[in-house]
Design a protein around this ligand. Structure first.
Ligand SMILES: CC/C=C\C/C=C\C/C=C\CCCC(=O)SCCNC(=O)CCNC(=O)[C@H](O)C(C)(C)COP(=O)(O)OP(=O)(O)OC[C@H]1O[C@@H](n2cnc3c(N)ncnc32)[C@H](O)[C@@H]1OP(=O)(O)O
Ligand SMILES: Cc1cc2nc3c(=O)[nH]c(=O)nc-3n(C[C@H](O)[C@H](O)[C@H](O)COP(=O)(O)OP(=O)(O)OC[C@H]3O[C@@H](n4cnc5c(N)ncnc54)[C@H](O)[C@@H]3O)c2cc1C
Length: 572
């Protein structure tokens, strides 16, 4: 159903109904409210948008301007867009598809503002789909990609909704206007934590798609002469092509496994929160924010590497790669802009570092911050041993977290306000948080390949892939590992040699590794990545279907080219 609606094309999009609107009801509505809206949403008897971002604010949720003012005389909230910049802007499906929206608005009752809360607002008639009274709706116009989704705008002119339309699982407003505090003010943000977690799998799937296309095409494409007089080789025989594609393939597996961990963590921690134990919320927020930021950024870059590795045909929409890149680029901005998210992870790391300095034993994904020795122990390390590689990434992250935190402490000791010290160290903080997330991904990859229930021959291939991913990370960020002498130049040379060996070792299994993603041609939507490998025949068929080929001589010839040529010839 969703796919059908999605492919109806121009002007409608139901993605956000599934990934944002419905989960918000699930996570933020009371049982009573779920009885009213959840089944309607699950059966697509209503279609919803998640309307949080405004023209003037997306990142800074506390700065949102839309207001929800409680009127105790009628027991209603009045939803209003007081300024142009308060116009809801970007929500998927808001322009033309949705007839309901969860609207994030500043809650006012008894003259006091209690910050952003979610409200259920009907925005279009269920009879004729016209905007409801007081609601102005529209599409925000063409975007970089995903133009099948009607990302829209909405303005509210004192629209009245019943008190019961405030999603009241956590915070409440009583009939007389009394505000009841939630266990944590950040529970209103819970849907964002959930969605960021799902982005890790979205990134893994996007990178899996791109590597499937590029690896398969690299087995079909033959180009140049590796040895004079010999037949043109498959381009996947070139080590440079393997160096482009196999680290992306390894990252796809790494992120896939990281998303398993994210899903398990989200379920476990939100389960505890249902019982009133909020202790895991901070770690869940930091992990989902950091993993979302890291995996989407690496994925977007990786898809473009795959696109370039396919030469000219990679640049054609026939490859499916430009669309994949556009979608992945959106993931870097949506659901929390990547820099802002990584800074949230950095904020958590600085707090954990301070706790560790005060003698607290850290647990969870930051446990290594307590355990890692500050002084490096240089020596000839076995750079093909997964334990050695994991330890190197954890040492790097611990050193960078410590350095950033100490730098910040130093700035404050010079008299800088905490906020100013934070800002002047934020590049260091971002790099430290990225190193932390990278070390988590490596550790989780290594633990997964060592414990996952597979045939030993498969474990051997996955182990090689994990080594390749780790060695690639070390050689790409060699300076971080050399800085305090933890790794030596000889270690880095050994890592490079092992990486070359891993490229050669993964080559025979490359096609099997992408086939294992089991992505049907209908999902890949790529002439280059077809399972049957019949690229050239289908490329020609695809081109012939181009709208420009409907007529032999395009109308633009008669309108523009012909008179232009004629006038130029007349001047000769
Ligand atoms: C499955 C996908 C398939 C396909 C995808 C295709 C297309 C997808 C396209 C679109 C989907 C995306 C839709 C959207 O974009 S919805 C809108 C998303 N918007 C955001 O994410 C906004 C980002 N901004 C924020 O989250 C916040 O403003 C903030 C940056 C986190 C800052 O919040 P603020 O209240 O100012 O907090 P701070 O002062 O920075 O920190 C205070 C305190 O709060 C803790 N905190 C912050 N956020 C959370 C949270 N979510 N959960 C728990 N705790 C949180 C923070 O750690 C800090 O704690 P301290 O103890 O350090 O004080
Ligand atoms: C495809 C797509 C779909 C979307 N779907 C939805 C949706 O369904 N519902 C919805 O509500 N929203 C949606 N959004 C909006 C999205 O959530 C916001 O665009 C996103 O949160 C970024 O906020 P912003 O646009 O205000 O960027 P800004 O925050 O203005 O970012 C601009 C720059 O400012 C920097 N910056 C901002 N704050 C800080 C800081 N504190 N420290 C350092 N640097 C900072 C950022 O790093 C960035 O470089 C969608 C966006 C896209 C692209």
């Amino acid at each position: 159903m969703a796919a059908a609606l999605q492919t109806l094309g121009g002007g409608i999009g139901i993605t956000l109904h599934w990934i944002a609107f419905t989960p918000t009801i699930e996570q933020q509505a009371t049982e009573e409210q779920k009885k009213k809206w959840l089944k309607l949403a699950q059966d697509v008897a209503i279609v919803g948008a998640y309307a949080q971002t405004e023209m003037g604010h997306g990142t800074f949720v506390r700065g949102l301007e839309t207001t929800a003012t409680y009127d105790p005389s009628t027991q209603e909230f009045v939803i209003n867009s007081p300024t142009l910049t308060s116009t809801k802007w970007w929500p998927g499906g808001l322009g033309k598809t949705a007839n309901h929206a969860t609207v994030m608005a500043q809650l006012y009752t008894r003259g006091k503002c209690y910050g952003p809360h979610n409200f259920m607002v009907q925005i279009r008639s269920l009879e004729n789909h016209q905007p409801c009274p007081g609601v102005t709706l529209g599409d925000i116009g063409p975007k970089m990609e995903s133009n099948g989704n009607d990302n829209g705008f909405a303005r509210f002119d004192h629209v009245r909704i019943p008190r019961e339309n405030m999603l009241m699982k956590f915070a409440r407003v009583e009939a007389d206007g009394t505000y009841v505090q939630p266990p944590s003010s950040k529970l209103a943000y819970s849907n964002m934590v959930y969605l960021r977690g799902t982005f890790v799998m979205s990134a893994a799937q996007a990178l899996a798609s791109a590597t499937t296309i590029a690896v398969r095409y690299s087995c079909v494409r033959r180009q140049s002469e590796m040895k004079p007089g010999e037949p043109e080789p498959q381009i996947l025989e070139y080590q440079t092509q393997q160096y482009k594609l196999f680290p992306q393939l390894a990252a796809a597996y790494a992120f896939w496994f990281a998303s398993w961990f994210m899903t398990q963590q989200h379920g476990s921690i939100t389960g505890s929160m249902e019982k009133g134990d909020m202790s895991g919320l901070a770690e869940l927020h930091a992990l989902s924010a950091g993993l979302k930021s890291y995996t989407t950024a690496v994925t977007a870059r990786g898809i473009d590497v795959c696109r370039m590795a396919c030469g000219g045909h990679g640049y054609s929409h026939a490859s499916g790669l430009p669309a994949l890149f556009g979608g992945a680029a959106a993931l870097c901005t949506a659901e929390g802009e990547n820099t802002v998210m990584m800074l949230q992870t950095a904020r958590y790391l600085v707090k954990c570092f301070a706790q560790s300095q005060a003698g607290k034993r850290l647990t969870g994904t930051v446990a290594y911050l307590s355990a890692v020795q500050p002084s490096p122990v240089a020596g000839n390390r076995n750079m093909s041993d997964l334990g050695t590689l994991v330890a190197a990434f954890q040492h790097r992250a611990a050193r960078m977290v410590r350095h950033a935190a100490m730098q910040m402490q130093g700035e404050m000791q010079k008299g800088k306000a905490r906020e100013d010290a934070w800002n002047s160290c934020s590049v260091l903080l971002i790099k430290a948080a990225e190193a932390h997330v990278h070390s988590f991904v490596v550790r989780n990859f290594a633990e997964t390949v060592q414990t996952v229930e597979v045939d030993e021959s498969v474990r051997a291939v996955l182990t090689s892939l994990c080594q390749l991913y780790s060695l690639y990370g070390i050689t790409e960020h060699a300076g971080d590992f050399l800085k305090d002498g933890y790794l030596t130049g000889r270690d880095i040379d050994a890592a490079s040699s092992h990486l070359s060996a891993m490229l050669a070792r993964v080559r025979p299994d490359a096609v099997a590794l992408v086939d294992a993603f089991d992505l049907h041609d209908k999902i890949l939507r790529s002439v280059l990545g077809r399972y049957d490998g019949r690229v050239y025949e289908h490329l020609y068929e695809w081109a012939k279907k181009s709208p420009l080929n409907k007529s032999e001589v395009h109308e633009s010839y008669y309108k523009y080219l012909q008179p232009f040529l004629k006038s130029n010839r007349a001047k000769l």
